[in-house]
Design a protein around this ligand. Structure first.
Ligand SMILES: Nc1ncnc2c1ncn2[C@@H]1O[C@H](COP(=O)(O)OP(=O)(O)OP(=O)(O)O)[C@@H](O)[C@H]1O
Length: 309
């Protein structure tokens, strides 16, 4: 297997995945840049795990083409050992001790780091003699993380792996992931509902909504597109007229309106003159507004309808 220091890129072209009458992914065209941490976000049932399973060649798409490092991963002997897909459900040998699981996975992965595995086992206080079937939910999640990070696979997909972890363990996970990624660059796709916690890790963001790509952008640009405008109602209304309004909150005579769209020249001066405060919007809030069914049910994009909440 060719291992690169930058990780593997991913491309999906017109990918559709059906399960009987359910369309889990609907004509998805998407690129994941090699050597980045990409957040795969979306509400429940939006198709995130399905996308992960296609990248990991657990299944073939109903239609369209999936490329990992330029090749179809399906039954691909070069590519498959370099793809690590860890799900919260945990794909482990339940009745074998953790040390046997580690030996099994390391045997299949040329890039596996025993040193990192050992450090992570200590960090999460995992006893190598225990069996996964006897672990608490959080410890099981932690073991999935050990396998996912120690694999150092050129394409690593972590699907909700940290959901069962308590807060200190989650922050230890974020810290270790960043440190190891800096030393051993690879392509990481992180799927999570804890957007506020992971947002600082993300370089790119993909938002799925009912099987379609709603957003695929670098995180910095996406963040810069969210703007909170706060001030007296008439001045806010005038300032946001003609912009893509995502949500409005009223508190007495004061209004806080969230809009999507970068600032243009003169905006800051106009806001100052009108006594308005312009501020950033956390990615979590932007996500909630963008995936609001009232919005996605109608028009998505610059011409999207106003949501007054
Ligand atoms: N094996 C399957 N058989 C039938 N339908 C499935 C199967 N797997 C997923 N689905 C359906 O496909 C859609 C997408 O599911 P998927 O698990 O990919 O979403 P998700 O974004 O990962 O959701 P969550 O955030 O809840 O984990 C859902 O409607 C789901 O019910």
């Amino acid at each position: 297997m060719t291992t690169t220091t930058t990780g593997w890129g991913v491309e999906l072209r017109g990918v559709t995945q059906r399960y009987d009458d359910v369309v889990a992914l609907d004509d998805v065209t998407l690129t994941v840049r090699p050597g980045t941490i990409t957040g795969l976000l979306g509400r429940n049932g939006s198709g995130k795990s399905t996308l992960g399973s296609l990248l990991a060649a657990f299944r073939r798409p109903t239609a369209g083409c999936v490329l990992v490092d330029g090749e179809d991963p399906w039954e691909n002997e070069r590519v498959v050992p370099g793809i690590c897909f860890v799900r919260e459900s945990g794909d482990v040998l339940e009745d074998y001790p953790l040390k046997d699981n580690l030996a099994y996975v390391s045997g299949a992965r040329p890039t596996f780091s025993h040193e990192l595995a050992g450090e992570l086992m200590d960090l999460f206080e995992l006893d190598p003699r225990r069996k996964p079937s006897k672990l608490s939910r959080g410890k099981k999640s932690a073991f999935g993380i050990v396998l996912g990070l120690a694999a150092r696979a050129p394409l690593t997909i972590l699907d909700e792996v940290h959901l069962g972890l308590d807060a200190p363990s989650r922050y230890a996970f974020y810290e270790t992931l960043l440190a190891d990624y800096a030393e051993h660059p690879r392509t990481l796709i992180l799927s999570s509902h804890l957007i506020g916690e992971i947002e600082q890790l993300l370089e790119d963001v993909v938002v799925l909504d009912r099987g379609r790509v709603l957003v695929a952008q670098d995180a910095e640009t996406l963040r810069a597109e969210g703007l909170a405008v706060t001030g007296p109602a008439p001045a806010v209304e005038q300032f946001v007229a003609g912009r893509d309004v995502l949500a409005t909150q009223r508190l007495g005579g004061t209004v806080r309106t969230t809009v999507r769209g970068a600032l243009v020249e003169g905006d800051e001066r106009r806001a100052r003159d009108a006594g308005l405060d312009l501020g950033p919007v956390p990615l979590q809030d932007l996500f909630v507004h963008l995936t609001d069914p009232q919005r996605t049910g109608s028009t998505v994009g610059p011409a999207g309808g106003e949501v007054d909440r």
